[in-house]
Design a protein around this ligand. Structure first.
Ligand code: SF4
Length: 486
């Protein structure tokens, strides 16, 4: 049995990645490759459902994509030229397997498989209403809410039923769905979670959370699916439906800071370049005399490069990351636990000893890992340690599909920056400002009346209503919080 990750690196975690394929010789093999490229968006479970013209085939399991889809027999059993896939992060446990997506249901109009990335903010209310109507839930995922809403819809076509369902849900989601006649993709009306469209050389189509999944399968990037857009892909090509009209989009700004892979292009902006620009902005805002700029690997690397270039201070790998520490320790001993951060990160003493170090990381969540890394850098002989963070302080929880601790556990919700610096043990601590972050994204600053991005975890400005939380009858549902009765 898997346990909670023993070497929790104290990061927010993306909860899911989705992939869809239409018109490929072996859809399952292409989907497995695509999911492999999206593995950073969810490491606990993976699933693929395909359609072969007459029936659906599905394989879902806990664990990594590579471990679950590396056998010829598994791929061959997933016959068909169309498919959808999903990677998921979850707290795991016995209840996890039934939550692994895609979910599948038989309807009067045929089969339908659904997988999504994100979180519905009125999921509890909808589930209660659906249960009262006799719906029997098998899982705690929001995908099943979509399935039940589609099942009870009075519209006749799948797309009309999906629109009917989407009009009842609130939240942040990107979903892919597969039925007998089409591959469907949809983004929530504010486009908080990403979804892109790509084209294969043979004319087939791909939907994916990030462009890195297009690259690996040799698909050309066509465009981002727009906020509130539904695309229907079938033998006739791609049809776009926009049932929500034109609203303001609020893409997740944290995708640029940490979640998306650095080689992805999200919403038209290369992630790697953006991270370097954030680092440069950070150097302009809170530069400090130093001998060396050191990233906390891997996610702090591009921002540290940008910082170093802007500040004219050498960039050095003063911390080395061990990439092979992970879920191999299923039942860690106390001794292994005690090693903690050292199993994952080692100080490169030659680059630190006697130096004034600027340590660049992407975020501070609980602060536990930051404290240990600073200790390690000091033990390696650093003379001064100045920490620079390429996000503003994370003061609020995310309810839009990112695993965040509850607010009381967020260090920045409890302490001001000076206190945080003292607790972590640095000589100075600075975060990029909200305006600086927007500037790095090519905006003049944050327009408080009309912000271009979701930045609720830094501001508390939740653009999508947190209906379950406001109703106060249940906790706001996160994908990671088991529903009542679990
Ligand atoms: S609250 Fe933060 S992590 Fe969540 S969607 Fe908004 S910006 Fe992204």
């Amino acid at each position: 049995m898997f346990t909670t990750h023993p070497f929790d690196d104290d990061k927010l975690r993306e909860e899911c990645g989705v992939f869809g394929i239409w018109g490929a010789e072996t859809a399952a093999a292409v989907a497995a490759l695509g999911l492999h490229a999206l593995q950073h968006r969810g490491q606990e479970a993976a699933g693929i459902t395909t359609f072969d013209g007459t029936g659906f085939h599905s394989h879902r399991a806990l664990g990594h994509v590579a471990g679950n889809f590396d056998k010829d027999s598994v791929i061959r059993a997933l016959a068909g030229r169309a498919g959808i896939g999903h990677v998921r992060y979850s707290t795991t446990g016995e209840t996890a397997l039934r939550n692994v997506q895609p979910l599948y249901a038989d309807f009067e109009f045929g089969g339908l498989a659904v997988a999504h990335n994100g979180n519905l903010t009125n999921a509890y209310a909808l589930r209660r209403a659906l249960v009262r109507r006799g719906c029997l839930f098998q899982s705690t995922t929001d995908s099943e809410v979509f399935i039940h809403l589609i099942a009870i819809s009075l519209y006749s076509t799948v797309v009309d039923r999906l629109i009917d369902a989407l009009k009842q849900v609130q939240g942040a989601y990107s979903l892919v769905a597969l039925h007998d006649g089409a591959l469907i993709g949809a983004r929530d009306p504010m486009g908080v979670r990403p979804l892109v469209l790509g084209r294969l050389a043979n004319g087939g189509w791909v939907l994916a959370s990030e462009t890195c999944a297009l690259d690996i399968v040799g698909a050309e990037f066509v465009r981002d699916i727009e906020a509130g857009e539904i695309v229907v892909i079938d033998a006739g090509g791609v049809r776009s439906v926009k049932p929500f009209g034109r609203g303001q989009s609020r893409f997740c700004i944290f995708e640029y800071i940490y979640f998306a892979r650095p080689d992805s292009i999200v919403e038209g902006t290369p992630v790697y370049e953006t991270r370097k620009r954030i680092g440069a902005e950070l150097a302009r805002e809170s530069g400090v005399p130093a001998d060396v700029v050191v990233p906390v690997p891997d996610s702090g690397v591009p921002a540290a490069m940008g910082y170093a270039a802007e500040a004219g201070i050498p960039f050095e790998l003063g911390i080395i990351r061990n990439h092979y520490v992970g879920r191999t320790f299923i039942e860690p001993t106390d001794q292994i636990r005690h090693l903690g951060v050292k199993l994952k990160h080692s100080a490169n003493r030659a680059m630190l000893e006697g130096k004034r170090v600027v340590l660049v990381d992407d975020s501070i969540v609980r602060g536990t890992t930051s404290k240990k890394i600073v200790e390690m850098v000091r033990q390696a002989g650093a003379r001064e340690v100045h920490m620079r963070i390429s996000s503003p302080p994370t003061t609020h929880s995310c309810y839009y599909g990112i695993d965040t601790p509850e607010r009381s556990k967020l260090m920045a919700a409890k302490h001001d920056v000076a206190e945080m610096g003292r607790i972590i043990g640095v000589d100075s601590l600075a975060f990029i400002s909200l305006d600086g972050l927007y500037r790095a994204l090519g905006k003049p600053g944050r327009d408080a009346a009309r912000p271009e991005y979701c930045d609720a975890c830094f501001t508390g400005d939740y653009a999508i209503r947190l209906a379950d939380l406001e109703d106060n009858t249940e906790k706001q549902l996160s994908l990671l919080q088991p529903a009542a009765g679990q």
